[in-house]
Design a binder for this molecule. Structure first.
Ligand SMILES: C[S@@+](CC[C@H](N)C(=O)[O-])C[C@H]1O[C@@H](n2cnc3c(N)ncnc32)[C@H](O)[C@@H]1O
Length: 451
């Protein structure tokens, strides 16, 4: 063991640690580092498909038996979301109730060799998400509304590109990515086979809901920054952060010990040993970071515990559904505490991204609004122009409705580049699953600490 001091955190590091070992839950840990090699080949993927009974041509046809949805939860969603989402709810409901329609993104791991995987993906009709050519065109198109033609362009073929410039022609900051960042998507609900964890081998790709990448894009992590992933397990966004940049430090925090073990395995599966000094696992209650590590981080991601609409809809019994609906009512208070803690842990000038995978206003806009009221040093930033407009060909976005949250009819705000930005755009943007663009639910909001 090599105890080292990092800022105000004592970190216990174990190099070459293949197995997760539980230490005190209050102790930050680094457990994932190991000797890893990246030798899974295209042959392995094809074998994997065969083992799972899915040849290339069969991938689209495979059908799992569908679990029934929980009527209690569905009824609750119907009442709440028809009010909050209006016309978008009926198609969103159709998607949520049909897991066979769900699309999956394939994020390649830049630390493993993935050339052969790229070829397989392309041969199966996958194409690269986030195209440079989309960004300037859509940003220069002006008004803060996504045109219907932009929405409808979603299923058109995509061109290859990975690096998005830091500044658009309008001087707005656009999503910025490492040259190596690659995520492939398919217009149809094709599920690429997942790779099993193999100690000593790096996985070549991570399967995800492509909307999960948006909070990471909004975070705009740069090389050399100190980043905190406050609620990190199972680690999908931590892996995405590491595809975008090489921070000086990425602290992956997770309170739940079982999920923390899962997080450690994810990191071990995707990151080479050489990064084990930069990526650490910590076991604090996220609500305490504001005190224990005040002003330490350049960027903080709060991917908050939330009522995960996709999975909660399939609660195993009405008793479980009832329990989850009770929990749903308690979540906004926890979420607000986590967000406040993050705003204290970030340095002045740094940013916090708050995200959830629920459509619920109470866990999204209302949480942001509550926290902003208590934190005069925090300023919400407009992600509508920066993310929703450029990426609307892939995702269906919805801004906060003026009637949502606790504040009605807030005045428009002046944005940094001189254009007028609506207050409710600044509270955050919501990806609503729709047929053909089934990504989401995903809410994201970016808040800058002024001082
Ligand atoms: C939505 S999940 C995070 C998903 C993760 N960011 C990813 O992309 O894979 C939220 C996580 O927060 C954890 N959590 C819940 N309460 C917490 C707390 N008080 N402090 C830290 N983590 C917490 C949950 O156990 C859960 O793993």
């Amino acid at each position: 063991m090599y105890p080292i001091t990092l800022n105000k955190v004592n970190i216990v590091r174990r190099a070459f640690c293949f197995k997760f070992q539980e230490l005190s839950p209050t102790f930050p840990l680094c457990l994932w580092s190991c000797n890893v090699y990246c030798h899974t080949s295209a042959k392995d993927v094809l074998q994997l498909q065969e083992q799972k009974g899915t040849s290339n041509s069969q991938v689209t046809k495979r059908r799992k038996k569908q679990r029934p949805s929980c009527p209690l939860v569905l009824n609750h969603f119907d009442k709440q979301y028809s009010e909050e989402l209006g016309d978008l709810w009926a198609p969103a409901r159709t998607v949520l109730l049909d897991p066979h329609s769900w699309q999956y993104g394939v994020m390649l791991n830049r630390f493993s060799s993935a050339k052969d995987i790229t070829q397989i993906l392309q041969s199966q009709g996958f194409s690269s998400l986030l195209l440079q050519s989309d960004i300037p065109t859509l940003l220069s198109s002006g008004p803060s509304e996504v045109s219907s033609s932009a929405y409808e362009a979603g299923n058109k073929s995509l061109q290859q590109l990975h690096c998005i410039p830091e500044c658009s022609p309008n001087n707005r900051t656009s999503p910025s990515l490492s040259q190596d960042f690659q995520c492939y998507i398919h217009p149809y609900p094709v599920r690429f086979p997942s790779q099993a964890h193999r100690p000593g081998h790096l996985k070549q790709y991570y399967l995800l809901n492509a909307a999960s990448l948006l909070p990471v894009l909004a975070l705009q992590v740069r090389d050399g920054e100190k980043v905190l992933d406050l609620c990190s397990a199972p680690g999908g966004k931590a892996i995405a952060i590491m595809q975008c940049a090489t921070p000086e430090l990425l602290c992956c925090n997770e309170l739940d010990p079982h999920r923390r073990a899962w997080l450690s395995r994810t990191l071990e599966s995707f990151l080479p040993h050489s990064l084990s000094t930069k990526v650490i696992v910590s076991a604090q209650d996220g609500r305490s970071f504001g005190q224990s590590e005040s002003r330490v981080y350049d960027k903080v991601l709060v991917d908050a515990p939330c009522s995960n609409d996709r999975s909660w809809l399939y609660s195993s019994s009405s008793q479980k559904g009832e329990q989850q609906l009770k929990e749903r009512a308690r979540l906004p208070a926890l979420q607000a505490q986590l967000l406040k803690s993050a705003l204290l842990a970030v340095r002045p000038g740094g940013v916090v991204v708050y995200s959830t995978c629920t459509l619920s206003s109470a866990e999204n806009y209302a949480v942001v609004e509550t926290v902003l009221k208590d934190c005069p040093q925090a300023e919400p930033e407009d992600l509508w122009d920066e993310i929703a407009i450029p990426l609307s060909k892939y995702f269906t976005f919805r801004p906060a409705h003026p009637d949502h949250g606790q504040t009605l009819q807030k005045p428009s705000l002046q944005s940094h580049n001189g254009t007028v930005s609506c207050y409710h755009h600044r509270l955050g943007i919501l990806v609503v699953p729709q047929p053909g663009k089934t990504w989401g639910p995903m809410f994201l909001s970016r808040i800058r600490r002024k001082k």
